[in-house]
Design a protein around this ligand. Structure first.
Ligand code: 3HC
Length: 311
């Protein structure tokens, strides 16, 4: 891996011109994009599992249809992002193998269980809400295929966030038991959602280079703060409390102050010791094994097509 200067790369970055697959680029730029985009794709695919758990148990046909559409969207986002990563010269098989052997990461948030129907609303509202905060700036990422993929992904994420909030509004208008169910889910998801944005900037391995190369437009902490500032008023409208006694408006800063994040929990989950890591990986490995015959059939079909004489 060499970092020899690449003709035109720095000039294009400086002029905010997108870097395209055929452009010269430093190996380290290519490498960190393959890392981030493939892990983003893994997150989308694994992210289908927590919500998929409730498709057969949705309370109405309307909610079932909405949840089906959302989970299907996440699968599409994963495929979109794998395709964007492939433009950097990595194969789908290589990326999937890295997920299944545990050498690649996916977002920590998907290692938590979905214990009640309210979780589905809270995931839409908070997890997809955090995803939007993190992903809208990626529409301006310096790497063309990633930025363009994110435009469509973000449009669909907005639907995901709205349907989640709408679900919770309906429940908060319901019985005391339904209201309590929502509050209990918010209490479980709030802190893991703040962890989604990654370590504090001073502990972020990639922040510096990702900002220098225009992959990241804002730091982890900036986006986390933006999310908190936007979400607290939504929680007030919804009528839920957020489980942080230190959460309060700081007029001097013009932002909400909030409590300390449990980074021990974060790193334990990232290392594979979260509540559902084993279950999620087992499900992905089984799905991959069950799909082997489809991949084999597609391979043989493609070979036959190539071998068939063109008239
Ligand atoms: N879960 C797991 N690993 C995480 C993490 C998280 N929430 N946050 C950070 N990490 C990892 C990083 O991947 C990195 O490890 P690596 O070198 O092995 O890749 C390490 O912790 C240090 O973190 P950094 O801050 O230095 O890493 P990044 O600069 O890559 O920042 C990020 C992390 C903010 C997640 C960034 O990678 C990013 O913006 N990725 C694209 C968006 C994304 O992947 N979102 C995940 C959720 S997808 C989703 O929500 C789908 C929606 O439909 C619900």
């Amino acid at each position: 891996v060499t970092d020899a200067p690449c003709a035109g790369f720095d000039e294009k970055l400086a002029a905010d011109i997108k870097i395209e697959p055929s452009d010269p680029m430093p190996d380290a730029y290519r490498k960190t994009l393959i890392r981030q985009i493939s892990q983003h794709a893994h997150s989308e695919i694994v992210g289908m599992l927590p919500e998929g758990n409730w498709i057969t148990r949705a309370p109405t046909l309307k909610r079932k249809a909405i949840l089906l559409a959302k989970v299907q969207d996440e699968g599409g986002h994963g495929l979109y992002l794998y395709a964007a990563a492939e433009t950097l010269g990595v194969s789908r098989d290589t990326m999937v193998a890295a997920l299944l052997d545990g050498s690649a990461k996916y977002s920590s948030i998907f290692n938590y269980p979905t214990l009640s129907w309210a979780d589905i609303g809270v995931i839409g509202w908070l997890v997809d809400g955090a995803a939007i905060t993190n992903q809208v700036p990626l529409c301006r990422c310096s790497y063309g295929p990633y930025a363009r993929a994110m435009v469509r992904v973000c449009k669909e994420e907005s639907f995901h966030q709205r349907q989640g909030y709408d679900l919770l509004v309906a429940m908060m208008k319901g019985s005391p038991a339904q209201r309590a169910m929502v509050q209990e889910a918010v209490d479980r998801w709030w802190w893991p959602v703040l962890m989604m944005f990654g370590p504090h900037d001073q502990d972020s391995v990639h922040n510096g280079t990702s900002m220098k190369w225009g992959i990241k437009r804002f730091s982890n902490d900036d986006l986390r703060q933006k999310f908190v500032d936007a979400t607290v008023p939504q929680a007030e409208v919804l009528g839920v409390t957020l489980p942080d006694p230190d959460l309060k408006w700081n007029a001097e800063r013009g932002h909400y102050d909030f409590g300390a994040i449990d980074w021990e929990e974060f790193w334990q989950v990232v290392k594979g010791n979260g509540p559902c890591n084993r279950e999620r990986m087992a499900a992905r490995i089984k799905a991959h094994e069950d799909g082997a015959w489809v991949r084999e059939a597609a391979r043989v079909h493609a070979e036959k097509k190539i071998a068939r004489p063109t008239h």
